[in-house]
Design a protein around this ligand. Structure first.
Ligand code: COA
Length: 142
């Protein structure tokens, strides 16, 4: 299995996995987003590809600086195909994202995870991530 940067050609499998994550997206929309991300040095999507072809997981990570925080990376989304979980693919995707973050000069990796994703929380803790606070998420349609 290979971990490599995603390209717009991965749109269909990335979109299918996005549905498993609970965010249905059209391949065409995904193609455009992947193309924009490819041009942005502060964002990257890595995919896990089986030796015989076929994308079975992806991770999106970005780097940013805030007035109140030094440069840090944030893992925005992570998904491994339900037929391939427990085989170390999530660990490898996280490792690749962390290596990218180090290369961008980030000192920490941040991530948010819905309170209902208890299995993912155990996975992150196992990889050294510490729960630092509980928040409410607010949204307003414009
Ligand atoms: C969370 C997720 C990405 C983990 O990917 P995965 O490929 O199944 O995980 P891995 O096989 O790489 O597991 C890595 C380590 O975490 C451990 N782990 C994985 N799931 C775990 C769980 N539910 N509870 C405890 N430990 C867990 C594994 O045992 C392994 O430890 P080891 O290497 O010491 O044996 C995957 O389950 C998934 O896609 N879940 C649904 C989507 C999701 O919740 N995404 C996160 C959104 S915030």
């Amino acid at each position: 299995m290979t971990i490599r940067a995603a390209t717009p050609a991965d749109a269909e499998s990335v979109a299918a996995l996005s549905c498993q994550l609970g965010y249905p997206s059209l391949p065409q929309t995904m193609r455009q987003r992947l193309a924009r991300i490819q041009c942005d040095k502060n964002r990257v999507v890595y995919v896990a590809e089986l030796a015989g072809g076929g994308v079975v997981g992806w991770i999106e990570v970005f780097a940013y600086e805030l007035l109140v925080a030094e440069w840090r990376a944030e893992i925005e989304s992570l998904i491994v195909d339900e037929g391939y979980r427990g085989a170390g693919i999530g660990r490898r995707l996280i490792g690749r994202a962390e290596a990218w973050a180090r290369g961008r000069g980030c000192k920490t990796v941040y991530l948010r995870s819905n309170i209902i994703r208890e299995r993912a929380h155990a996975f992150y803790k196992n990889l050294g991530y510490e729960a630092i606070k509980t928040q409410l998420a607010f949204e307003k349609r414009l």
